[in-house]
Ligand binder design. Structure first.
Ligand SMILES: Nc1ncnc2c1ncn2[C@@H]1O[C@H](COP(=O)(O)OP(=O)(O)OP(=O)(O)O)[C@@H](O)[C@H]1O
Length: 587
């Protein structure tokens, strides 16, 4: 709740206007029946003047109620939309600062639901609170007091109706509350299924899995429909039950006073407001039930969003270094002062969250600035994991990674990001122009710099074929690019900023041997100052590296130059022998 108040606070003026409007509307609704009563009394007494005066008041009140209703809805929807937008932005910003482990532990589909559906629930929650939290109690208490005040002898009819409605609605609303919780979980699942299926649409089609995927999705959708239908049935059931109870109460009231109407005809004037108040009590109770279910659903969402916002973005990975940002750090960012001595890794261990064993164990190496480290090893040996730890996307569980003798966790993040580029094994590009994607590497890169990077990454041939060149649009999930094109553009993005540390995770695997050789030559000639970590399946890609690490089950089992390893590492020899034939064919 304090979270909600924090976000509503900036809009307190509009929230107050909404609350005042709503209170006015409730008071107008409560006073109206009194004028109606006076009009009826005047009709019985044949007093036209009183009929007209009270009629005018009644109309005036109705008008005030209408204006208050409109302004109440206007202000509460403005506040609820603004609060939802602010929460969404704060949540998005928080998720952006999440570590890879945090994203993995929530799952991306779940985070999408928390950003969309949960925020919508909160919008409704704020709307409901502003619209009903004052109105319902005023309407309910006011209608109970005024109904008894209008015909005191019928107090027990009022009480009986309240008891009957609460008894019948309590059960219905409690079933609804549980169903809303279930809906939330099903929407989470639905989103995961849809996301996975769409991301892997090619695999689904190639393995002819449409029918299975459709079944999984339709089972989930069916369950969602069933729960929604159940809520619909309950709503449909609720209204007739409540109407029945209220009409029974009205009938009872009419019966009770029918005997005295002949003696006291003015009683007839009181029955109309009495019935109106009974209806208002009914409405108030129904609204109370609805609010409790809608708000309980909203509070579930609030809790889910609160959990995201309360997440600590790994202190060691981000904020502390941001706070170290000084003017000199900012100046240093991306400058030639970064990584001038070397990269040093000592006794590094790493384990994925919830994993029983280390993925990397006791990794150590020293690399002088400007040198190249090659990393080879069998599948699953931890090469990509090492790349991610070196890029500071994961945090080592033991040991240290140092740049120029400084623990990388102590380096200002801006400086780090400007100095380091990683090209992931699976290239990821975003929908938008090629230019926009490449400028992620350097916001203010000129066309000249972009073209140089495109050239270096061997992407110029196909980029120049597009009539709109760098402005060519990449579609969602870069579906309009081939694997090799994606890889080249990811490489270009990493090269744009001329990084001081470049980490390539199997980033030239989709390039033909000639293009790969050209990339290697350019890296050597134009990126001589850049320290490089190159992970490769093919030994040919790292044969000239100053130092090569051979990984096996997360441990270094060989270390040295190509020549040294051919003598010292049996695994390296084995890999080399197995690739020799293929390389000769390439050459
Ligand atoms: N996000 C993750 N969560 C948990 N375990 C992971 C995660 N990523 C990788 N692993 C595990 O860590 C081990 C090393 O994976 P990694 O991707 O680093 O190997 P690799 O040497 O790059 O393999 P490849 O050559 O196939 O790309 C594997 O056993 C893998 O299952």
């Amino acid at each position: 709740m304090s979270l909600l108040l924090q976000y509503v606070k900036p809009y307190w003026k509009k929230a107050t206007l909404a609350a005042l409007s709503v209170v006015t509307m409730a008071l107008a609704a409560l006073i109206q029946p009194q004028f109606l009563s006076k009009i009826m009394e005047a009709i019985i007494n044949d007093d036209n003047q009183v009929v007209l005066t009270n009629g005018a008041f009644l109309l005036g009140l109705a008008l005030i109620g209408m204006v208050a209703g409109i302004s109440g809805t206007y202000f509460s929807s403005r506040v609820s939309q603004s609060v939802a937008a602010d929460i969404r932005a704060a949540e998005y910003e928080k998720i952006q600062s999440f570590s890879l482990e945090q994203v993995q532990s929530y799952t991306s589909a779940n985070l999408v639901v928390r950003l969309t559906n949960d925020v919508n629930q909160i919008q409704q929650l704020v709307m409901q609170i502003l619209q009903s939290v004052l109105r319902v109690p005023i309407l309910l208490v006011g209608a109970i007091v005024l109904s008894i005040w209008t015909i005191p002898s019928l107090w027990w009819v009022v009480l009986l109706m309240i008891v009957l409605i609460i008894a019948s609605s309590g059960r219905i609303f409690s079933i609804m509350g549980k169903s809303f919780q279930k809906i939330q979980n099903l929407i989470d699942q639905n989103n995961t299924l849809a996301q996975e299926n769409l991301a892997g649409v090619r695999v689904v089609k190639s393995f002819n899995q449409q029918a299975n995927e459709e079944k999984g999705f339709s089972d989930n959708t069916q369950e969602l429909t069933d729960v929604n239908q159940k809520i619909g049935y309950l709503f449909n059931l609720m209204f007739p039950i409540f109407m029945l109870i209220s009409y029974a109460a009205i009938m009872m009231a009419l019966l009770m006073i029918s005997g005295s109407v002949v003696k006291h005809p003015e009683q007839l004037a009181k029955i109309t407001p009495f019935i109106t108040y009974l209806n208002q009590i009914l409405m108030g109770l129904m609204m109370m039930g609805m609010i409790s279910t809608i708000t309980s659903r909203g509070f579930v969402s609030l809790k889910r969003i609160g959990a995201v916002l309360a997440e600590k973005t790994d202190d060691k990975v981000k904020p502390e270094r941001d706070s170290l940002a000084t003017t000199s750090d900012e100046k240093k960012a991306g400058s030639d002062e970064f990584l001038t001595q070397g990269l040093s890794v000592s006794n590094l261990d790493f384990a994925y969250q919830d994993a029983d064993e280390n993925t990397l164990t006791d990794i150590s190496f020293d690399l002088a600035a400007g040198q190249t480290l090659g990393v080879v090893g069998s599948t699953g040996s931890g090469k990509s994991t090492l790349a991610l730890v070196l890029a500071r996307l994961y945090q080592a569980s033991r040991g240290q990674v140092e740049v120029d003798g400084v623990d990388i966790n102590k380096i200002n993040s801006k400086e780090w990001r400007n100095g380091v580029s990683i090209v992931m094994q699976k290239p990821v590009l975003f929908s938008g122009s090629i230019r926009k994607n490449l400028q992620m590497g350097k916001d203010d890169a000129t066309d000249e710099e972009l073209n140089a990077a495109v050239e270096a990454a061997q992407a110029a041939d196909f980029v120049n074929q597009y009539p709109d060149g760098l402005d060519h649009e990449i579609s969602e999930r870069s579906a309009n690019l081939s694997g090799g094109q994606k890889q080249r553009l990811s490489l270009a993005r990493a090269l744009v900023k001329k990084p001081r540390l470049l980490i390539l995770d199997d980033s030239t695997s989709a390039l033909d041997a000639r293009s790969e050789k050209r990339v290697q030559d350019i890296l050597e000639a134009d990126y001589g100052q850049t320290t490089k970590v190159i992970i490769a399946e093919k030994i040919a890609s790292i044969i000239h590296a100053d130092q090569i690490l051979v990984l096996d089950e997360g441990r270094v089992v060989g270390q040295g130059s190509h020549k040294e390893l051919l003598k010292s590492s049996s695994l390296y020899q084995e890999i080399f022998e197995s690739q020799k034939g293929k390389e000769q064919k390439h050459d």
